[in-house]
Design a protein around this ligand. Structure first.
Ligand code: SF4
Length: 331
């Protein structure tokens, strides 16, 4: 594990503190190989987006986000997604398949070692393509490697599982892990959430919030759930929506992360106005809700999850030309 995940070595024959016989046996029995990097795009503000090709030919995305004190990696757990959230470029493409543990941990390997060892990733968020709780066993296997002292040694606070709200899996999650949990809420009334996060029809908001409270039980009192809320112009960004959000979150130890919507081809939604975003944020803070506003990054390289794969698919089908994306091409 140390050779592969701490030193970035993939060739067993280079693992020189093993006997020759063991190295030969490993070479005959196993292969250590990350997925293939198809493109690596750099935005002006330093966000790096990787388009990754799996052995099956499916494409996934991952994003490296540098911040002042940390380097976060946003990774994918599925190729495509079946859940069809209306604001999501991945959802618009449909589901292809679940990723294996190797394909998930391979993304972290690429982020740390692709081409040459680089600044090590300090935080991992499962917020790329796919619903991680619908591919839970491979996700848990990859998390165990992320946390292992002989591999990446990431603490539970530095790994975040983000879900659209698969309630039965959230209920079982505390028995499996204590990593941070984020909920893609995006609406605080069932009528609207049914529309923009359709899985809500199966697992409505009250059940979702109760399952989150259950996840926090028996955990450190400092632990909170992150509530992700994408602000879409005229859809979910009024003060009335903010009021509903405050009501729904009552009694849940949480913080709200507001995310201005990232427009993409084929979606009619628009990003909320700056003033509207500010008013929404101020309202929540005024009501005592811990609230942050995510700085929008990577617009120039297809910042929305799944946007790049969508552009590539369209270009293959002749609908679009990927070269039109305004990018700096680094590979
Ligand atoms: S937001 Fe997440 S769960 Fe919803 S369609 Fe996109 S990838 Fe799937």
């Amino acid at each position: 594990m140390k050779w592969i995940h701490q030193r970035g070595v993939l060739d067993f024959m280079e693992m020189t503190d093993f006997s020759l016989a063991l190295r030969q046996e490993l070479t005959a029995l196993a292969i250590a190989q990350p997925p293939e990097v198809e493109e690596c795009l750099l935005s002006p503000e330093g966000t790096q987006k990787y388009l990754i090709k799996l052995e099956s030919g499916s494409m996934i995305e991952m994003v490296k986000i540098p911040e002042k004190k940390r380097l976060t990696l946003c990774i994918s757990s599925q190729a495509g997604c079946a859940l069809q959230c209306t604001f999501c470029a991945t959802g618009a493409q449909g589901f292809e398949r679940n990723l294996s543990p190797a394909e998930i941990i391979g993304q972290l390997w690429i982020a740390n070692f692709y081409k040459q060892p680089s600044q090590q990733i300090s935080n991992v968020v499962f917020m790329g393509m796919g619903e991680p709780l619908l591919n839970i066993d491979p996700v848990m296997s990859s998390i165990s490697i992320m946390q292992h002292q002989n591999a990446y040694g990431l603490s539970k606070r530095r790994i975040t599982l983000s879900t659209s709200g698969i309630v039965p899996e959230i209920k079982k999650l505390a028995a499996k892990t204590d990593v941070s949990l984020a909920i893609s809420l995006h609406a605080a009334n069932n009528e609207l959430r049914d529309e923009i996060v359709p899985i809500n029809k199966k697992y409505p908001i009250n059940e979702l919030i109760e399952s989150c409270k259950g996840y926090l039980e028996n955990q450190s009192k400092r632990k909170t759930i992150t509530i992700e809320y994408i602000l879409i112009d005229g859809v979910n960004d009024s003060i009335e929506h903010a009021t509903q959000l405050v009501t729904v979150l009552k009694g849940l130890s949480c913080k709200v992360n507001l995310i201005p919507f990232n427009p993409f081809d084929g979606c009619n939604y628009l990003r909320s106005q700056e003033l509207t975003i500010q008013k929404f944020k101020d309202y929540l803070i005024g009501k005592g809700v811990i609230t942050t506003l995510r700085i929008t990054r990577g617009d120039a390289i297809g910042g929305a999850c799944g946007q790049l794969v969508g552009k590539l698919k369209n270009s293959i089908m002749g609908k679009n030309n990927i070269n039109r994306i305004n990018i700096v091409h680094t590979s």
